[in-house]
Design a protein around this ligand. Sequence first.
Ligand SMILES: NC(=O)c1ccc[n+]([C@@H]2O[C@H](COP(=O)([O-])OP(=O)(O)OC[C@H]3O[C@@H](n4cnc5c(N)ncnc54)[C@H](OP(=O)(O)O)[C@@H]3O)[C@@H](O)[C@H]2O)c1
Length: 257
Amino acid sequence: MPRFEPHPLRRPALVTGASSGIGAATATLLAAKGHPVALGARRADKCHELADALKKDGAETFAHALDVADSESVQHFVSAAADALGAPEIVVCGAGDLSAERIHELDSAGFAAQVGVHLVGAHRLVSQVVPGMVERGRGDVVLVSSDVVRAPRTRMGAYVAAKNGIEGMARVLQMELEGTGVRASIVRPGPTMTGMGMGWDAETTGEVLEEWVKWGLARHPYFLRPEDVAAAIAVVVEAPRGTHLTLVEVQPEAKVR
Ligand SMILES: NC(=O)c1ccc[n+]([C@@H]2O[C@H](COP(=O)([O-])OP(=O)(O)OC[C@H]3O[C@@H](n4cnc5c(N)ncnc54)[C@H](OP(=O)(O)O)[C@@H]3O)[C@@H](O)[C@H]2O)c1
């Protein structure tokens, strides 16, 4: 008799921020591993495109528009995904955006908007999905944080505040979910080559990088690929019952000399 009931064979996954970067790579990897996957982001066309491509490779997928800043949109996404694929066993909260203002130059609406996407957006998902997981006695919730929690970076104060908030929320969630069978985990990527920051103009990008160097934050020029972070997320959600990877930080390895 196992100490814990093993995961079911079929584990539907919801992935937010699935139109690009880490979310798209995570949806792709989970689908390749046999999980039915629901992809959500504001650019629904990109989610549909990826979902269709994965379907051609034999995956079970679903795509739907999602704005994590809007509670109604989150409700629609979660219920449409459950209708299409069944109750979610895995949720990956990866939606997020980044602007490059200094805190004192950012207006409070802009500050609140970033917190609203990263932190409240993750909570919107958690509040929609976790009660059902608790009822079923199992489930995995991955909150994508950032290494800025350990080593804050200039020009992203609202983002740093939101990611600290996510980790605070995750820690409490872990305590509150202890003994329910539901595992909440933090995955904390370091610098990753994705769509994030790609909208900055060259001057801003140059300034930001100089400031990071000044604060000792750019130790080497290698970035993670989104697939590297997706691989860590897959390890977290596929950890066997009886184990819980509570926090995984992923950093790019430096070039071998
Ligand atoms: N790149 C890095 O260096 C790095 C490092 C640490 C942590 N992270 C975290 O990794 C996560 C994924 O980011 P990424 O690096 O993969 O960047 P990305 O390529 O820009 O992807 C961000 C995703 O979030 C979605 N998104 C943004 N706002 C949204 C909203 N309101 N509602 C729904 N979806 C929204 C975007 O899709 P739409 O625009 O279509 O909505 C996109 O799919 C973020 O939480 C980010 O903070 C990234």
